[in-house]
Design a protein around this ligand. Sequence first.
Ligand SMILES: *Cc1c(COP(=O)(O)O)cnc(C)c1O
Length: 392
Amino acid sequence: MAHDWNKRTKAVHTGIRRSQYGEVSESIFMTQGFVYDSAEDAEARFLKAGPDEFIYARYGNPTVAMFEDRIAALEGAEDGFATASGMAAVNGALMAQLGAGDHVVAARALFGSCLYILEEILPRFGVEVTLLDGTDNAAWQAAIRPDTKVVFFESVSNPTLEVVDIVSVSQMAHAVGATVIVDNVFATPVYSDAIAQGADVVIYSATKHIDGQGRALGGVILGTNDFIRGTVEPFLKHTGGAMSPFTAWLMIKGLETMDLRVRAQTASAQAIAEGLESDGTLAQVIYPGLQSHPQYGLARAQMGSGGTVLAIDAGSKEAAFKLLNAMEIFLISNNLGDAKSIATPPATTTHQRLPDAQKQALGITPGLIRLSIGLEHTDDLLADLRQAIRQI
Ligand SMILES: *Cc1c(COP(=O)(O)O)cnc(C)c1O
């Protein structure tokens, strides 16, 4: 059975729904709706649709289901719901289960839009949110209360690469019956073992490593069959965050090569981080795969690697801008996990809206540059960085 396969085999074969033509490559079922054999059949399907019975593409679609089954199998999750973007997944996983009076505990170091949902949107609906330093297990212990409903964090935070201890935080959350939601983008499905480590719900922005080629937005919520079909699906099918079949097809094909891409990008990121650190010319090189990283041991235990993203500190905004403008291979953009290497200055882009004091608390210094390592040759990337660093 599929369950015994390694991730790489699952990534190529799981979830396929072949049509009557027996096609090898997965089909794109580019249809918004589905025809019923009879009025009775329509009535029965609206009452309770079987696993391979579809009604409307906002609820589900065969190509989208192939992607959901495949990524769920990779993650070791019972089920998954694919969404139009990573943020539709984060919002869906939170909003589907929260209501006025509920309490959420979350790490404060988060992707800008995740922080916006927690700080700006949820409180408007009467949800109380406590934000804390996600690397501080004692802070989690102090903040999680008997009435805490949800615990939310990025297993590796964007953009400062702080690592949260999934095993310990999940134990604390489960002691009060809270649901643990892990935004696992930086760990990638390749290195993730988040469900085995205690997470109840795992979220990916498929825009990142799953597509891996900068083509489309997408996301997915993974969890138990009960949670996905009983809580997430009713919310998402009525609020419209569904993934398009064409996007699902891109993501299915992305999954087939993800393991090879992510491992190559990680090996490159490790070599580049080591090279830059030993040069000693930068104020800071942050990478969970470096022994100098405060959670080096935790990152190794949790993911077995440092991932595809590192961060460097050029020292000032002026130096960072000079470095960015001097780079010839790295693109100044804001995606990550792409085949193309990308450099992002968070303080002036993704985290621009945060007040200076909050940026400082999060370690988002004016000179910080996030580097997403792509599939180019490691030597070329390191040479590009070194020549750009010499310009500052
Ligand atoms: C990119 C990202 C998101 C949002 O995903 P989109 O597909 O851009 O909506 C959420 N969380 C993290 C950690 C991300 O990197």
